[in-house]
Structures are given as C-alpha cells and as structure tokens.
Write a protein that binds this ligand. Structure first.
Ligand code: AHR
Length: 508
C-alpha cells in the first residue's frame, strides 16, 4: 500500500454531538420475498426450532446486536389485514398480496414475529395499515397487542395463547404514503389528517407509545420536502418522529460518484431537520420532532431480475441484491452519516435484514451466509455505542459527477465513557491511494490502540457467496497513539475501525 495522501483530524472529549441512540442500529423484516418464509422461518430446516424459526439465522441477527426491527412492512403493510396472521395457523387465510403481487400464507403473524424478535434480542417497531385501512383497524391492532386484557381484542390475544401484552412501544403510521406505487397512496393533506387522527386515537389506548409519521419515500420525490411540512402541520403535536427512506445504487458504474452519495444523505437529513424545525417555529412549540431513518441501504442489483418474477407465487426470491465490496463502503459511509447526526437521527433501520436487500442470506434448506455489508453494520452496532464526537477533519478532496469537494476521508467518532473506549470509524474513498491519517487525540493521551480493523479488497466488485467469503475484515498493524497523536494508514478504498481504550494504570 502506498500512503501519499494525508488527512488530519482533531478529536476531543468536549466536542460532543449527542449520546448515540442505539436504535440507529435497527433493521427491518417485511413480508416480502424470502425474508420471512425461507429466511427467518423455515420449518423442516435442520436448524429450525419448535416454532419453525431458523436458529442459524437468529444467531447471526443476535451477533449484530439489532436493537429494534420494523415489521411487517414496508409496502406490504398498506394492504395487510393483521387479523389474518393471528389465531390457529391452520385456519389462517391465504391472500393475494398486492404490494409485491405474491401469495401471503399468513403462517407467520405478529405473535410469532414478536416471539422471534425477543429471541433475537430486538424490540419490534410495528407498522399500521393506513393504505386500505384506517383509525379503527389501527386501534384494534394496538388493543390486541398492548392492552392487558378484559376487552374484545386483548382477550382474543389471550385466547390465542399470549397472556402477556407485547407492549410494542414504537409504531409507524403507514408506509411511504407519498408514493404513487403505494396501495392507498394519499396526498400530504389526506395523509396528514389521517395520521393525526389515528395517532390521537392510538394514544388514548396506550399513552406510552411513540409514533412515527411518514416522511418522503426518498429525497428525489417531487413532493419532497413540502410533504414533510404539510404532514407535520397536521401531526406535530401527535407524533414523535418523521421517517426518512433512501436507497442508493451504482447504476452508472461510477464508483467515485457512488461513494459520495452519503453527502446526498447528509443533505437529506439536514433538510428534514430544517423542515421539522420550521414547523416547530410556526407552531411556537417547545417540542422537537426527531428523525427515524427507517429504511436505508443500497438497492439496485436485483431490479432487472425482479421484473421477471411471475405474479402470485409464494416467497419468490425478490430483491435479492448480492452486495459488492464497494457497496459495503457506501453502507459504512451511511452509518457515519447517522453518527454525524446523532442529535436528531434517533432511529434507523437497515432495510432489510434477511434475504431481501439484506446483510444475511440463506439457502432454502441450506446454509446462511454474510454479505459484504454485514461487516460495517456489525462494526458500527458493536463499537458505535456511546457519545458521538464531532471530529474536525482536514482531508484532501475530489470532484465527482454530482458532487464537488468530496473529502476522501469520511469519519465519525464514538466515545463510550463507561467502557473508556474510543472508536474511530473511517472510510477512505480514494480508489487508488492509501491515506495516512494523523489524529490529534488531545484528551485521550492515556489511551492506546487496541485494534485496527479494515475491510478492503483489490476488486471493488468482489462479492461473498454461500461457499466463499471473499470480503471480510482483517486486522492491520501499525496504528500508534503516542503523546496524544494517533497515526494510522488507511488502505485505498477501505472501511476502517480504529479501536482505542484507556491504558490500565500499570501500563501508564
Ligand atoms: O424495502 C423495500 C421497499 O422499499 C419497502 O417495502 C418500501 O417501503 C420501500 O419502497
């Protein structure tokens, strides 16, 4: 590796952005493709538990330490009847599923999913159908899930074998209602009114819930950001979060431009914050709306294959992107972007978790395996808990097709006071040159480097498969902290995790 490029950073304990909300490491399971059937659930698989859930998959999810999982959709939720998925499995109807044009068998529903999520160590972020349904059905679902008992819907849950309420705390008021593809798509006025009234009614049933209003489906929607402004005008007092969704792809095979797309994500987040605060100002409100980035990822590899899927099949392989090494770099930068905005992005869901645009893949009846993007997600979830610190970065820059002044070094820093651990996440966007990093760690003089993990590969298009893990983290030597000055070399095109911890008293 040559290291002719230099970047400098200053990191100080006092440069606090905010305590990271661990829920930014959330994910998403939709009834779509092989996410549920053939993904987390495969009765008859050699690792299946008594309920039919694959234990190998659950272990991979547990390893990721996913705090919250959005369910059951996505576009799916907009024509879903949650009642179809509860009660005796043999009596559950098969339905035409309108979002993805498949057949939903309803073998798995909210009770089974809640049990699975608990076993995986995650909370459930539940979504209600505001496409084909409305206030009454959302309230009935909430009563079924969260009310202790003594009423029609809560007693039905008890009859179904779940004496204890699930106590789902976080609820999404529909999904991507701005999108013309959404079943029951609405204007911002229509959605804002419905979301506000649904939120108010739901809070009467359970005042402890947190509610997420739908923001735009992505930053290129023609109605963005007016959608957010109008929706919040109606819902400001009734909700806690506004959602953001964004997927990227390297469609033009222009990697320099592709890796700069997290700048677009930063801009998207800043615009949504500005819109929330504009409505706050108009309403003379003390309350602040927070951001739930509850769908984000790379999604484009499977687009053509998905167009060829015959309608009305059961759990076909849909949205099965196989991720390259360069996709993992962008995913790393998207995680960095969340940490940079830790004061306002309080939840985020990597979309999705298993088989469908996912870090975890399965073979039907066979192995489970990790995609390239599994690793930055794992590292951020494992080491990115604590206080997000604002690094002052001085990096060489480049111009790409859609962006100017793109820093080669993209970095976020998290300090965990409790464990006296400091982690620097860093992407080197340079495709041909290593970056020599010099970091002034003035307030961490008594720390030492304990590990430098890197994800790098000569082939930007390298992928993992069930049989071969070509892209996986390696440990690099050479990073040193001396008298408060850290030096490290970041390989060309790489994701890096520099882990430091306080030296023990004897070592000092
Ligand atoms: O995650 C896949 C789909 O992307 C979701 O169902 C939808 O909300 C979004 O458009």
């Amino acid at each position: 590796m040559t290291a002719t490029f230099k970047a400098r950073m200053i990191v100080d304990k006092a440069f606090r952005i905010a305590e990271v909300d661990n829920r930014i490491y959330g994910s998403f399971i939709e009834h779509l493709g092989r996410a549920v059937y053939g993904g987390i659930y495969e009765p008859g698989h050699q690792t299946a538990d008594a309920d039919g859930f694959r234990q190998d998959v659950r272990q991979l999810v547990r390893d990721l330490n996913v705090p919250i999982i959005r369910y059951p959709g996505g576009n799916f939720v907009s024509s879903y009847h949650w009642e179809d998925g509860v009660g005796p499995v043999g009596e559950r109807p098969r339905r035409l599923e309108l979002a993805w044009r498949t057949i939903e068998t309803n073998e798995v529903g909210l009770n089974e999913f809640a049990g699975w999520a608990k076993g995986a160590g995650a909370e459930v972020m539940m979504a209600v159908n505001l496409g084909t349904r409305g206030i009454a059905e959302a309230c009935q679902l909430l009563e079924y899930a969260n009310h202790p008992g003594g009423t029609h819907w809560s007693d039905l849950r008890i009859k179904h074998g779940f004496a204890e309420p699930h106590r789902f705390k976080t609820w999404c008021l529909g999904n991507e209602m701005d999108g013309p593809w959404q079943v029951g798509h609405k204007t911002a006025e229509e959605y804002g009114r419905l979301a506000a009234e649904t939120a108010r009614a739901m809070r009467l049933i359970d005042p402890d819930i947190e509610l997420v209003a739908c923001g735009s489906s992505n930053s290129s929607m023609p109605t963005f950001p007016q959608w957010e402004a109008t929706t919040l005008e109606h819902t400001y007092d009734a909700v806690d979060y506004i959602s953001l969704h964004q997927y990227y792809g390297n469609r033009d095979q222009d990697t320099a431009n592709y890796l700069a797309l997290s700048l677009d994500m930063d801009r998207f987040i800043r615009t949504v914050i500005a819109t929330c605060d504009y409505v706050q100002a108009k309403k003379r409100s003390k309350k602040r709306i927070q951001l739930s980035f509850d769908e984000w990822n790379v999604w484009f590899h499977s687009n053509d294959a998905d167009r060829r899927i015959e309608p009305w099949s059961i759990a076909p392989p849909q949205l099965e992107d196989v991720y390259t090494f360069e996709d993992a770099l962008l995913v790393g930068s998207m995680l960095v972007s969340f940490l940079r905005h830790a004061d306002r992005v309080r939840m985020a869901c990597l979309a999705q978790l298993v088989n469908v645009i996912a870090p975890i893949m399965t073979e039907n009846g066979g192995r489970s395996w990790k995609q390239t993007i599994y690793y930055p997600y794992l590292h951020a979830s494992r080491y990115g808990r604590g206080v997000s610190l604002q690094p002052v970065v001085d990096s060489p820059k480049y111009d790409a097709k859609d962006f100017t002044d793109v820093p080669y070094l993209d970095s976020a820093v998290v300090y965990c006071e409790e464990e006296e651990a400091l982690t620097i996440f860093a992407v080197n966007r340079h495709l041909t040159e290593g970056l020599s990093l010099e970091c002034d760690l003035r307030s961490f003089e008594d720390f030492a480097v304990i590990e430098h993990l890197t994800l790098t590969h000569d082939d930007l298009k390298a992928v993992n498969t069930a049989g071969e893990e070509r892209v996986k983290p390696q440990t690099l030597t050479g990073a040193v902290l001396d008298a408060g000055r850290l030096t490290a070399r970041l390989p060309q095109a790489s994701w890096n995790v520099l882990r430091l911890a306080k030296r023990s008293a004897e070592a000092r």
